[in-house]
Design a protein around this ligand. Structure first.
Ligand code: UDP
Ligand code: MG
Length: 138
């Protein structure tokens, strides 16, 4: 059993895609074990994306991520990290495979609808960043 932290980003919430994203996870056999809506502060977005703090897109990314409400969730299942990444598609929607969330709905490399953890270590950090054990229901 593996866990991934996923986010429906502000553009996904604005486009009314919360159910669409969760539905795709559920249809792939993943279970939502923690869920909440939040409006991240700039500081919270910076902490979440700390691994990218030297990147040229960090300022714009953290402004975008704090620009409106997001949906935060932990999804659980066999190979959950890889499954979520596969359902999301490539970071840049131009490069994403047909039928992926980003290919179907994303406007740009920044406004790309959804986040998913990229490995076991980041998943552990990211799930713990937003949820404690009492908020997680396996
Ligand atoms: N991003 C961006 N410009 C880039 C690369 C990434 O704005 O050139 C944004 C985009 O929203 C992406 C996030 O930063 O989802 C995190 O980047 P990462 O490389 O971790 O992509 P992901 O893991 O989300 O596919
Ligand atoms: Mg990433």
């Amino acid at each position: 059993m593996e866990r991934s932290l996923s986010i429906v980003k502000p553009d996904g919430v604005k486009k009314n895609l919360i159910g669409e994203v969760i539905g795709r996870f559920e249809k792939a056999g993943l279970r939502v074990v923690a869920l909440k809506m939040a409006r991240l502060t700039k500081k919270q977005a910076e902490g979440f994306y700390a691994v990218h703090k030297e990147k040229p897109f960090f300022l714009s990314l953290t402004e975008f991520m704090s620009s409106g409400p997001v949906v935060l969730m932990i999804v659980e299942g066999e190979g959950a990290i890889g499954k979520v990444r596969e359902l999301m598609g490539a970071t840049n929607p131009v490069d994403a495979e047909p039928g992926t969330i980003r290919k179907d709905f994303a406007d740009s490399i920044e406004s790309n609808i959804v986040h998913g953890s990229d490995g076991p270590e980041t998943a552990a950090f990211e799930t713990g960043y937003f949820f404690n054990s009492l908020e997680t229901h396996s």
